[in-house]
Design a protein around this ligand. Structure first.
Ligand code: NDP
Length: 297
């Protein structure tokens, strides 16, 4: 293996440390405690794990955590009423509605009911528009984490060829906007892309956000490229066990790449760290205070 391993666990701990420092300063100097409200509808097991982890880490950095757990049969009107209540609550600076929502609820309607200034997931249509036009936005957490890791490794990204595999609204598209904002030459690939291998071989930076286990082999990677693997896929392992792998075949890619994120322990831990960073940023903006540098795009 020749690649540098980009350790997301250690990086995320560093971000949480910076967030905790800013939270302490907000409390001491301004008497403000940043607050994050998380809304979970239903019993989805993966969502329950995420929400628990978010609540725990929110408290650990000194912020207030407000958890709202609603029954799976909660009506749209009830959910929208809760969102409106959180929009009005001055103790709440960030609101996250855990996705996916049960099928009878309109996700776009609910997300777009959140006050854009409190939309710490960055999914509100206003934030999508602000990011797309290069204006100050709340930036989706996973791509923000990827950008932070890339900037940390490369310094300037200007002029680099970047390929983002995947065009989802939560990862692929915002990732492409962020890379464009940092002056990369960006290609967005997807399931209809012709000759994906050739497209990926051109890239100095590859961001894989597909959801297909180990689909990017090492011989697609340009020697020395930086590989950011967003994918989280569970595959069968020995006996009746399972294990997590990314969208990139780590072993073969690590022999060619200059740097690579592992799965687990790469992009994954950065996502919640960036959620906390976004909450501090939202709190500072809401109070007209200088926002922490290095925690935003
Ligand atoms: P989506 O399913 O929303 O999007 C997947 C994208 O991959 C689509 O744009 C799709 O193309 C594209 N795609 C599918 N098959 C191929 C193929 N054979 N070749 C090229 N492109 C293909 O997924 P998400 O963006 O939500 O998530 C992607 C991965 O990232 C998942 O594994 C998910 O678990 C993980 N993830 C990890 C996070 C973290 O915290 N680390 C956070 C969010 C997601 P098309 O549009 O044409 O269908």
């Amino acid at each position: 293996m020749t690649a540098t391993i980009l350790d997301g666990k250690a990086f995320a701990a560093r971000i949480r440390g910076e967030v905790a420092t800013h939270v302490a300063r907000l409390k001491e100097e301004h008497g403000i405690t940043p607050g994050l409200a998380v809304v979970l509808v239903g019993e989805d097991p993966a969502s329950q794990v995420y929400v628990r982890s978010k609540g725990k880490q929110t408290v650990e950095v000194g912020m207030a955590s407000f958890e709202h757990r609603l029954d799976a049969d909660t009506s749209e009107a009830e959910l929208l009423a809760l969102v409106r209540q959180l929009n009005e609550d001055p103790a709440v600076h960030g609101i996250l509605v855990q996705l996916p929502l049960p099928g009878h609820l309109d996700e776009d309607l609910v997300i777009n009911a959140i006050d854009p200034a409190k939309d710490v997931d960055g999914f509100h249509i206003s934030n999508v528009g602000l990011l797309g036009t290069g204006q100050k936005a709340m930036v989706p957490c996973t791509p923000l984490g990827c950008l932070m890791m890339l900037r940390d490794h490369h310094g300037s990204l200007s002029g680099l060829d970047a390929v983002v595999i995947g065009r989802s609204n939560i990862v692929g598209k915002p990732m492409a906007s962020l890379l464009l904002g940092d002056s990369c030459t960006v290609t967005i690939a997807h399931s209809r892309t012709k000759d994906l291998a050739e497209v990926v071989r051109r890239a100095d930076i590859v961001v894989a956000a597909v959801g297909r286990p180990q689909m990017v082999p090492g011989d697609w990677i340009k020697p020395g490229a930086t590989v950011i693997d967003v994918g989280i896929n569970r595959i069968p392992a020995e006996g009746d066990k399972t294990r997590l792998v990314g969208d990139v075949d780590f072993d073969s890619a690590a022999d060619v790449a200059g740097a690579i994120t592992p799965v687990p322990g790469g992009v994954g831990p950065m996502t919640i760290a960036c959620l906390l960073a976004n909450t501090v940023t939202a709190c500072c903006r809401a109070n007209g205070l200088d926002e922490p540098s290095g925690l935003t795009a």
